[in-house]
Design a protein around this ligand. Structure first.
Ligand SMILES: NC(=O)c1ccc[n+]([C@@H]2O[C@H](COP(=O)([O-])OP(=O)(O)OC[C@H]3O[C@@H](n4cnc5c(N)ncnc54)[C@H](OP(=O)(O)O)[C@@H]3O)[C@@H](O)[C@H]2O)c1
Length: 304
């Protein structure tokens, strides 16, 4: 199939390129040459490429920045999927769009998971913009699959485990406090790319939850990652109140992949097994990247 990927140089987009290129013809696009929220660029690009599948990995993912840059958040996370869905409908293409656990308020008692049909109620501008994107795709009349994922990490781009690694390598003597009051499923972007491939090849349609199996907290995630990396570290669990952020985040981000399982399409694995494989595959590169970053000023902004 011919697949157009937007946001192709992001964390997930890079892994999707690797996973999908084995069997499909890819056209990889990203800023600055292709703005997925620009109607004219979409029209011209899609008329030239005529893809069978549009895979939308483009997003404004800096959750806290979305609170102050609300218009941009809605432009990228809601208007771009609306335009892509409209184009997909005209072309007869399958739109595969990525969404988030942050469409839920997380008020459900842990560890009860959210299913695809549960009521949404985002707590943040990011979550609201992503929900608006979902609604636009659903209303478009296009053939679509929306995959809601959570707590993504991977080899490319910035993410939580990379930040933790950099912090503990920079100052191993410091005890780092990590939130133990939010619960979710750390999800490897490589595995999610494999899940996306399965959805594309099955031409599956509808809303799907797509996270790793099991769940933990940010503290549990950081502890498991740093132990697997075998780097000296000292972590202490803390509460949400100890780590105030501009955007509110769900306490319970646990999603159940009910619809993927029902369709026999679920390729996701337990989070701890994937984390171990991620470290086994990338430990040396991760250490090298972290050491190099310690001497450089960092871009800030927690992603989701
Ligand atoms: N990261 C997580 O923990 C997480 C959790 C749940 C769901 N998700 C969802 O998963 C998807 C992939 O996330 P990710 O972690 O791969 O994010 P990412 O690394 O931030 O990648 C997003 C990519 O989209 C690009 N982009 C931004 N605005 C664009 C525009 N107007 N037109 C075209 N491209 C644009 C970004 O470019 P710049 O870098 O230049 O801005 C970046 O390359 C997103 O839909 C996100 O909402 C992520």
């Amino acid at each position: 199939m011919k697949i157009l990927i937007t946001g192709a140089r992001g964390q997930l987009g890079r892994d999707c390129q690797s996973v999908l290129s084995a069997a499909h013809a890819l056209v990889a696009t990203d800023l600055p040459e292709f703005d997925a929220s620009d109607a004219a660029q979409i029209r011209d690009q899609l008329a030239a490429v005529r893809p069978d599948v549009i895979l939308n990995c483009a997003a404004f993912t800096r959750v806290d920045d979305c609170e102050t840059q609300r218009a941009l958040a809605f432009q990228v996370n809601a208007e771009a999927p609306r335009l892509l869905a409209a184009a997909a409908r005209v072309l007869g293409a399958h739109l595969v769009h990525i969404s988030t656990d942050y469409v839920f308020d997380g008020a459900r008692p842990v560890p009860q998971p959210y299913g695809e049909n549960d009521a949404t109620r985002p707590l943040s501008a990011y979550g609201a913009s992503k929900l608006a994107g979902e609604q636009a795709v659903r209303a478009s009349g296009a053939r679509f699959a929306i995959l809601r994922t959570a707590w993504l990490y991977g080899r490319h781009g910035g993410n939580f485990p990379k930040t933790m690694l950099r912090l503990v390598l920079a100052q191993p003597e410091l005890t780092r406090r990590v939130i133990a009051e939010q619960h979710g499923s750390p999800t490897w972007s490589w595995r999610l790319a494999e899940q996306i491939r399965a959805v594309i090849e099955a031409r599956a349609e509808g809303v799907f939850h797509a996270t790793a199996g099991g769940h933990t907290t940010w503290f549990g995630f950081a502890s498991a990652f740093l132990a697997a990396m075998a780097v000296p570290h000292q972590l202490a669990p803390c509460g949400v109140a100890d780590y105030p952020t501009p955007a509110r985040r769900p306490v319970n981000s646990i999603l159940e992949n009910s619809r993927l399982k029902a369709a026999k399409l679920d390729v996701m694995r337990p989070w701890a097994a994937d984390l171990a494989e991620f470290v086994a595959r990338h430990r040396a590169e991760l250490l090298e990247e972290a050491q190099a970053a310690i001497s450089r000023p960092q871009r800030t902004g927690a992603k989701s």
